[in-house]
Design a protein around this ligand. Structure first.
Ligand code: GP0
Length: 788
């Protein structure tokens, strides 16, 4: 990496006619990015050649939540410190890159998981390339105005994107009914750590085959002249902002089919270069992981492409089935994709036709296996007028996996029960993970240094299981060092929050943090209720020895999700009340930070004292934020849900703060009846807290008792035509949650004992590296090579 500064200087000059020190942050970002790309070009090429010669895997995902690339790439190349120094010599602070937007081509956990997987595969030398969509606008930016969420467009490309190369000569075309568009690939280098291996993320951008219609222009029909261009570009214009919710829109279906078709054509073209028209090795050389059902139109598309190559349907389908694997990320009904048949016919009729063939084949196969008619009916891929994408994915895959042990068990016992009975050998678990490069090395250099000192090397960077050595060095001195590091990170976060949101956070208070997408099942509202409970107890002098605590929230709500938006407003109303109450303001502070994203997360997870993971048991498939907090030494204040279960197993349940109903309890209540209104009526403290939604304590902007808070209140206490009262069991869990929170607060005061818990969490976080996850995929599903 000797001449990176020379390359930087050259780019600065040729692109901008400027010296390095004269560049704006955006220009510097572009120039340095291009210099790095120049440095790695040789390794990238060599990696491509190697991967072309072997069995390889592809990760198909509608989302890749990459975050900021600059620091991570410099870090993985091992040149972050050097570049920092070299820039400093020019009077440039490396922190200027904090002005550059994140690449936010994803919503939350699912998209961030895809990004962590790419990072881990590159580092572990697994030949895995990503395929996805180059959205013009990523996830919206969030402003908080008067306590309400306001969305603005994320025009991330205005900075120019040095990390992607446009590969014009590998463009393909994709056809919909009555429309053909061009798919242009943009390749991003995925740089491994302590390896020369570099993988590729290929993102497709939709463009018109003909940009401009001169006939229309000459006839002065200006809008018509650019119609084709606009219609094409609309396909990759914007990321749908839903998390854990399916949206049955034509444009969304087009996005999905667009990137699936382009990616498969690309893979087939590469294959043909090697083998000509003999596709008999296709599934031996290629395996495709479907990240949820968003890319499932790949299945009929591969069948279609193979039939174009001369295969009959049955043989084409056998190849497809050997090629695909499917990861399920949720059990929530509203998130499972079910496309109306007529909508599919309208947009991609040929694909729909092939799905019909697959659906029939499936039913025949089930008959041949002697499956009972009732069961067969439950397994229809096309049921009436809807196409069940999870069923299609399960039927057409070699392996199906959940993302945490508990989640996989629920798939087998419930969501995909019939499928598990017929095809048990297909089901696997792959507990999620996170990359320790970004989520420890990069975001917490202070803790990284302590760990390296204690375990004797930085081997943890590429083998996180090394952390277990820490278990033998948890002594008073190490605890003190850890506590001091945490203190420093809390000060840094306070400074950052001041800069970003203008709040004055007290760095000497406990940081109790909940950051994730806003969703009813994640239960930010439960956290809000617990804060109000504690607030009232403090005011009533019923709670003694409370250590001052700052509750920090960060969450984006899907723009169309009214209840989620109401919850944001409610939290902000609580903040206004308690932060300004002279009786409590030194004991209790609440802040809702705006525009929570990957870069904000990097500052937040390192500073947390407590990690809030409060989903209703059974509903959070895994969670990955929980792992980031654990790795940085924050005990989990959470339910036995998703990967929290495994976190508690690894660190010991006594080192977490676990509360609430377990899956069995929830199931029992669902069967035997759950009556939140009765619990509320019987417990004045609960009633007082829940009623702050309607009793005038707060203002939701609507007329008293008629606005969005009233709707929340109703959702907790009244059955509606489409949902039972308190569907997510907040009222049931509130008392235990408050008790557990207070216990954590009390125990925190014993700094040594609490610090020990934190270190035990770190020492036992090794399992939650995405390196472990990706190696399991490589060995147990993909059967590709990996670093030995
Ligand atoms: C699951 F179905 N997840 C979905 C979805 O549409 N979006 C999404 O982010 C998440 C799960 O909620 C998760 O439990 C999980 O860890 C993640 O996918 C990755 O598997 C919490 O982020």
């Amino acid at each position: 990496m000797g001449n990176i500064m020379e390359k930087l200087e050259l780019t600065a000059q040729s692109m901008y006619c400027k010296k390095i020190e004269e560049l704006t942050p955006a220009e510097l970002h572009y120039s340095l990015g291009k210099a790095v790309m120049g440095e790695i070009a040789g390794n990238w090429e060599a990696s491509k050649i190697k991967h072309d010669s072997e069995r390889r895997a592809y990760y198909f995902s509608a989302e890749f939540l990459m975050g900021r690339m600059m620091y991570n790439n410099l870090y993985c190349l091992g040149i972050l410190e050097d570049v920092t120094k070299l820039l400093k010599k020019k009077g440039i602070d490396i922190n200027v890159f904090e002005d550059i937007d994140d690449a936010a081509l994803g919503n939350g956990g699912l998209g961030r998981l895809a990004a962590c997987f790419l990072d881990s595969a590159a580092t572990q030398e697994v030949p895995l390339d990503g395929y996805g969509i180059r959205y013009k606008y990523g996830l919206f930016k969030q402003l908080i105005e008067n306590g309400y969420q306001v969305e603005t467009a994320d025009n991330w490309q205005r900075f120019e994107d040095p990390w992607c190369n446009r590969v014009e000569d590998e463009a393909v075309t994709v056809s919909f009914k009555g429309q053909t568009v061009k798919a242009v690939p943009y390749d991003m280098a995925v740089i491994g750590c302590k390896t020369t291996n570099i993988n590729t993320l290929r993102l497709w951008q939709a463009e018109a085959v003909n940009d401009f219609d001169f006939t229309a222009f000459n006839n002065t029909e200006y809008n018509n002249a650019v119609q084709e261009k606009n219609d094409a570009e609309n396909i990759t214009k914007v990321l749908y902002p839903n998390d854990n919710k399916y949206e049955g829109k034509v444009l969304r279906l087009k996005q999905q089919y667009f990137f699936c078709s382009a990616s498969l054509q690309d893979i087939m073209r590469r294959y043909k270069k090697k083998h000509g028209n003999d596709f008999s090795f296709f599934a031996k050389e290629n395996t495709i992981q479907l990240n949820d059902t968003h890319p499932v139109s790949c299945v009929p598309e591969l069948v279609r492409l193979l039939m174009n190559e001369g295969f009959n349907f049955d043989d084409a389908f056998e190849i497809a089935r050997k090629t695909f694997n499917y990861t399920n990320h949720t059990v929530l009904g509203e998130a499972l994709e079910k496309w109306p048949a007529d909508l599919m016919t309208q947009v991609i009729p040929e694909i729909y036709h092939i799905i019909c063939l697959i659906a029939n084949k499936c039913q025949e196969e089930l008959t041949a296996k002697g499956v009972h008619e009732d069961t067969k009916a439950k397994m229809r891929i096309i049921d009436g007028n809807v196409v069940h994408m999870a069923r299609l994915a399960t039927y057409a895959s070699t392996y199906v996996n959940g993302v945490a042990e508990l989640h996989t068990e629920i798939l087998k016992a419930d969501v995909l029960k019939e499928w598990y009975q017929v095809y048990p050998e297909r089901f696997q678990n792959k507990t999620n993970g996170i990359t320790q490069r970004r989520w420890l090395g990069l975001c917490n250099p202070e803790l990284s240094a302590l760990i390296t000192e204690k375990v004797g090397s930085d081997a943890w960077l590429t083998d996180l299981s090394v952390l277990e050595k820490l278990n033998d060095c948890i002594d008073t001195r190490t605890i003190t060092k850890f506590n001091n590091i945490k203190k420093k990170k809390k000060q840094q976060l306070a400074d950052y929050i001041k800069k970003m949101d203008g709040y004055d956070v007290n760095p000497d208070s406990i940081y109790d943090i909940q950051v994730k997408r806003l969703h009813e099942y994640k239960r930010q509202l439960l956290n809000a209720f617990s804060i109000m409970t504690i607030y009232f107890r403090l005011k009533d002098k019923k709670l003694k020895n409370w250590t001052p605590t700052t509750f920090i929230f960060g969450a984006k709500a899907a723009p169309g999700y009214a209840r989620a938006k109401a919850i944001i407003k409610y939290i902000n109303e609580i903040a206004k009340l308690v932060n300004n109450d002279p009786e409590t303001k030194d004991l209790l502070q609440v802040y809702f930070i705006s525009n929570y994203n990957v870069s904000y997360a990097e500052k937040i997870v390192v500073a947390a004292d407590l990690s809030e993971q409060t989903s209703t048991a059974g509903l959070e498939a895994s969670g990955t934020g929980n792992m980031k907090f654990m790795l940085n030494g924050a005990p989990t204040l959470g339910t036995l849900d998703g990967a929290n279960v495994e976190i508690a197993e690894c660190a010991g349940i006594e080192n977490e703060y676990i509360f609430g109903a377990k899956v069995e309890d929830i199931e029992r209540m669902k069967k035997e009846g759950y009556h939140p209104k009765a619990l509320y009526d019987a417990n004045p403290e609960i009633k007082r807290v829940v009623d702050t939604l309607i009793d005038g304590t707060f203002d939701d902007g609507g007329a008293q008792g008629e606005g969005s808070f009233k709707e929340l209140h109703d959702s907790l206490l009244k059955d509606s035509s489409w949902q039972k009262a308190d569907n997510y069991f907040l009222i049931y869990d509130l008392p235990d949650y408050v008790d557990t929170k207070i216990r954590a607060n009390t125990e925190y005061a014993n700094r040594k004992e609490f610090g020990k818990k934190c270190l035990i969490n770190i020492a036992n976080a090794g399992k939650f590296s995405s390196d472990r996850t990706i190696l399991q995929y490589a060995k147990e599903i993909w059967h590709t090579s990996y670093k030995k």
